[in-house]
Design a protein around this ligand. Structure first.
Ligand SMILES: [Zn+2]
Length: 157
């Protein structure tokens, strides 16, 4: 069989590049991450117009464009609003051993959910509406992985 590629011009080369970068968290993001790192406390911001509490905190309300200048301490547990479970381990990309999950969690006191990892769950019993709690990292460094994952709150139906 003739190799059709030998007469082809090389237009595409496959490869992989690693691009390190630094991202400025901003004033709101910095205060949020410092609170998680130093106190283990989730913060949100409240809109003075519609009273909505945002977590992750926002500087401006995307619905009424008011400045969200009031900070609110939130609970470290909340409600699982949606999720998916990962069952296949990837040697470089899996953040936790399988099975683990990605979930949208609305913390106590917040009106919006955020995406984080799920661990220590029974995947036959996990469901939308479950109460979940944050499991903090032993060594916190000022990023969102200062929370290792969320797990179901035991004894809550
Ligand atoms: Zn608003």
């Amino acid at each position: 069989m003739e190799d059709w590629r030998k007469d082809q011009e090389v237009l595409v080369m496959e490869g992989r590049i690693k691009v390190p970068y630094r991202w400025f968290a901003g004033e709101v993001g910095t205060r949020y991450l410092e609170s998680l790192r130093d106190k283990g406390v989730f913060l949100g911001t409240r809109c003075p117009g519609c009273e909505k509490v945002y977590h992750i905190p926002r500087r401006h309300c995307p619905e009424c464009f008011e400045e969200c200048s009031q900070w609110v301490e939130l609970g470290s547990s909340g409600t699982l609003e949606s999720y998916t479970i990962v069952r296949r381990q990837h040697p470089q990309l899996s953040p936790l051993p399988v099975p683990y999950g990605y979930g949208i969690i609305r913390l106590e006191g917040a009106d919006t959910g955020f995406l984080h990892l799920l661990g220590e769950f029974d995947d036959k019993e996990l469901k939308v509406g479950d109460s979940v709690e944050a499991v903090f990292s032993d060594k916190r460094e000022g990023n969102i992985l200062d929370v290792k994952f969320f797990r179901p709150v035991k004894g809550v139906e």
